[in-house]
Ligand binder design. Structure first.
Ligand code: ATP
Ligand code: MG
Length: 556
């Protein structure tokens, strides 16, 4: 028997509509779809749509299709198709049956276009794209009819065939719906249904030189797939008129309905594939999966978990209200997850030497240190300890007030999982920076307080100098300097310090760190091995997130 599902299900206006449709018998089951255009990698905004569509299918024992909305071959690529499939699976969702493509329906769509022509509801226009725009009118002025609007059905059928057969150059003809040039909804002013593009298509090859427009394709694809609830973002609200008009005027059994919700906007980043593509093409980032990108592949590379992304989508909810979510909210989700689930390790990001003068040279002890302070099931590991260690430069001061609970000359500190040491003196370089701290170690303090009753105030992390591994550590900051980078020039709003690369010393167990799997580097944050650049002989770690919300401070 399966476990009872105790997870609290989200409630939102779309689920309320579904509940009602099921209660009234309008639908017996729910069928949704996620319809990405393969013109870029998916971003966290798409994750919101994925969690909504696949989440509904899962909770209502329904189905969710993955359908590539591939009607613009010029901008699309098979690389994007593959990355999108991988991202949906990584998020933990399974689509119903095979992957679908709108291009699977090109023959059917052509047939429906012919049906509209036969009904006098579509015509071949030979105005240029500029003229079409001009004739369309504005929000305040009605459009005016194209001189080609009243062609006969026979003429339109012949011209549409000519379009399909390559008889027109690009931009010289298009098929338009014949609706209402004076409609208060501009999308209803004889929208274009088909345009000519002599472009090779990643699925259909060179079979077609005419491609259907989104508004014509989407509703029909939904109907062909028996989608019940077609969920999209608010900018398609007006297009719903056209969605319904097409389905009302063709012969098709199924009748899906479109519902709109507000898209996710996230501070200090952007959600448009076109702009993200520009960041990649202009080499402001290393690729679509650069850990600074708001893409799903970027988040994965950064050390985010599918559970944290899903939790974020749950916390932001689904409404019709436009808003912008703080980055701190996304970070809180990964921090909560990793605090419970990430094993601990020690890494020194800004190393200085610590020499234990009364510890025998050549001696090495293997100390057993737990992998998680409150989860015993995560077990222990052996960490080598020796006379020479590395500690963080910021953990030592020659003098300090009581607030500084780390190592100070003449004072004690505990080395995490090891002994209490007392700082005696230090060496400095010509710039006055401390290079080495000389200490004495009290070897009766492993797991117990010092016999003299003077407890050290603080605990610092360390690695054994001889055993430590070199690692490149990449510290990421926000990609943009302003909360809404959608306004303004890209070059001027990019944060020049969004990536800092440092040379760190890490404990030897990290040689086997699995890529994309974050560790808590004690006291320093969460880090994971980079899935592209990290190798056994050249470790590279990405900072997933700090231990505390650094964004809160910035906005103070
Ligand atoms: P972009 O503007 O980033 O290219 P898009 O809407 O053109 O986005 P699609 O590939 O068409 O990208 O999107 C697939 C689905 O994801 C659509 O249903 C779309 O509404 C949804 N979606 C896209 N961006 C967001 C977002 N920021 N928040 C929520 N859903 C989104
Ligand atoms: Mg789109």
């Amino acid at each position: 028997m399966s476990q009872p599902d105790t997870e609290v299900r989200p409630s939102n206006f779309i689920r309320n509509i579904i509940d009602e449709d099921l209660a009234t018998g309008k639908h017996q089951s729910v069928h949704t779809r996620f319809p990405p255009e393969p013109n870029g990698y998916l971003h966290i905004g798409h994750a919101k749509s994925i969690c909504l569509n696949f989440g509904i299918a899962k909770d209502y024992q329904g189905k969710c299709n993955l359908r590539f909305d591939d009607t613009n071959p010029v901008k699309e690529d098979i690389e994007y198709v593959e990355s999108i499939k991988k991202d949906v699976e990584w998020l933990g969702f399974e689509w119903d049956g095979d992957v679908r493509y709108s291009s699977d329906y090109f023959d059917a769509l052509y047939g429906y276009a012919v049906e509209l022509i036969n009904k006098g509801l579509a015509y071949v226009d030979e105005l240029s794209p500029d003229e079409i725009r001009e004739y369309r009118g504005t929000l305040t002025a009605p459009g005016k009819p194209s001189p080609y609007r009243d062609r006969s059905v026979e003429e339109n059928l012949a011209l549409f065939e000519k379009m399909r057969d390559g008889g027109f150059e690009e931009g010289k003809a298009c098929l338009r719906a014949k609706i209402d040039m004076a409609s208060s909804f501009i999308v209803m002013r004889d929208p274009v249904l088909y345009r000519i593009k002599f472009a090779h298509h990643h699925q259909t090859g060179d079979k077609w030189c005419i491609y259907p427009m989104y508004d014509f394709t989407h509703c029909i694809s939904d109907a062909i797939e028996d989608i019940t609830h077609s969920i999209c973002t608010l900018e398609f609200q007006d297009n719903r008129r056209l969605y319904d008009w097409v389905l009302d005027n063709i012969t098709i059994a199924s009748r899906p309905r479109q519902y709109e919700f507000s898209r996710l906007n996230l501070e200090y980043t952007m959600m448009s594939k076109r702009k993200l593509n520009q960041l990649v093409t202009d080499k402001h980032v290393s690729g679509w999966d650069d850990p600074r990108m708001p893409t799903i592949s970027g988040l994965r590379r950064r050390g985010y978990t599918p559970a944290a992304v899903r939790e974020f989508c749950k916390r932001i909810g689904v409404t019709k209200m436009e808003n912008t979510v703080e980055m701190g909210m996304l970070e809180a989700c990964i921090r909560d997850d990793l605090n419970s689930n990430a094993p601990r390790a020690m890494a020194v990001l800004d190393p200085i030497k610590l020499v234990l003068e009364n510890y025998p040279e050549g001696e090495v002890e293997m100390l057993t240190i737990s992998n998680h302070p409150s989860d015993e099931s995560m077990g222990n590991r052996e960490v080598p300890f020796s006379r020479e260690l590395y500690i963080e430069a910021e953990d030592f001061r020659e003098e300090a007030n009581k607030k500084f609970k780390r190592l100070v000359t003449g004072k004690k500190v505990r080395l995490r999982g090891a002994y209490v040491v007392t700082a005696e003196r230090c060496d400095k370089d010509e710039n006055g920076n401390v290079t080495t701290v000389y200490c004495s170690v009290d070897r009766d303090t492993l797991g117990v307080d010092p016999a003299d009753g003077v407890k050290p105030k603080g605990v610092i992390h360390w690695v054994s100098a001889e055993h430590a591994l070199d690692a490149e550590v990449r510290l990421y900051d926000r990609l943009f300097t302003i909360a809404n980078p959608n306004v303004g020039e890209l070059e001027e709003t990019l944060n020049p310090e969004s990536l800092t690369v440092i040379a760190a010393k890490v404990e030897p167990a990290l040689a086997h760190a699995e890529v994309e799997k974050a560790y808590q580097f004690e006291r320093m944050g969460y880090f994971c091995a980079d899935n592209k650049d990290s190798a056994a002989d050249k470790l590279v770690f990405n900072r997933t997130v700090g231990l505390r919300d650094s964004w809160a401070k910035i906005s103070d």
